[in-house]
Design a protein around this ligand. Structure first.
Ligand code: SAM
Length: 259
């Protein structure tokens, strides 16, 4: 993936997620010397992960319920001149095995992404089962999910103690009816969802966006050197168990078992 992969406005990109995905792409390339690594990005939206993966030479199928997101994906893929490698498919994560039946019939995907997905779907266990169903044996399933623990601390930092209490005590980690997310998760919950499919074994849990809430504006606006220092710190902290749980997002990588 190119250097811009995974960058989002207002975030400090430590690159830990990107590096893990890069390694999976290389692994798939080695296993499939006569073809492109096959990626399925479920809830891939406008392609912030899919387009860099296509630029890295992967054939990427993006499944998303939103036609608007898929239109934005097509524009982005065209601008990056990788549209020939990106296949947008309108469909629901719940119906994934039917939506990408051809791909499953031909052996499954080498890498499956569910980034920002489990917190928005109706049934996260069903979505996890869909991710597992499309992964070839030995393939990686990469999940990024909004962290409940981080949200508690953000609300405290902002002085919104009622919301912090709601996120902490609500079964789904929501702060109220106007919350746009269906749920927030923690590392053990994501692990249980993925391993509960009985087709996946979790290999890695790390934090993504650890510094987002804590970095003072002076550092954020302090130019490339300050941001580089922050990114290095983010990298070092991504795998520390106590810190990853308060990162904005949890990144979990699971491996598909042989059937
Ligand atoms: C938070 S965005 C994440 C976009 C992208 N994966 C990323 O990490 O930047 C969630 C995406 O999931 C899509 N989505 C929501 N429910 C879905 C479902 N049931 N099946 C497939 N996609 C869904 C939304 O349309 C949206 O594009």
């Amino acid at each position: 993936m190119n250097a811009a992969a995974g960058e989002r406005p207002g975030t400090v990109d430590g690159g830990a997620v990107r590096r893990v995905l890069d390694a999976e792409v290389e692994r798939a390339r080695a296993a499939r010397p006569d073809g492109r690594p096959r990626v399925v990005d479920v809830g891939g939206g406008s392609g912030s992960w899919a387009v860099p993966l296509a630029a890295a030479g992967c054939a990427v199928t993006v499944v998303d319920v939103s036609p608007n997101a898929l239109a934005a994906l097509e524009r982005r893929a065209r601008e990056a001149e990788v549209h020939a490698l990106v296949t947008p498919v309108q469909g629901d994560a719940d119906q994934l095995p039917e939506v990408v039946a051809d791909l499953i019939d031909s052996g499954g995907a080498d890498l499956v992404l569910g980034h920002g997905l489990l917190e928005v779907v109706d049934d996260p266990a069903r979505a996890a089962a869909s991710l597992a169903a499309v992964a070839a044996p030995g393939a990686a399933v990469s999940v990024l999910a909004s962290s409940r623990n981080a949200a508690v601390l953000w609300h405290v930092l902002a002085g919104r103690l009622e919301e912090a209490r709601a996120v902490l005590t609500d079964p789904d980690g929501r702060y109220g009816p106007e919350d746009t997310l269906r749920r927030r998760l923690d590392g053990p919950t994501v692990t249980a969802l993925l391993e509960g499919t009985r087709r996946l074994r979790v290999e890695l849990v790390q934090g993504d966006g650890l510094l987002e809430a804590w970095l003072p504006h002076a550092v954020r606006d302090g130019g490339p050197t300050a941001l580089r220092g922050a990114a290095e710190l983010e990298d070092l902290a991504a795998g520390v168990p106590a810190l990853r749980e308060v990162a904005a997002r949890l990144h979990v990588l699971a491996r598909a078992l042989a059937p």
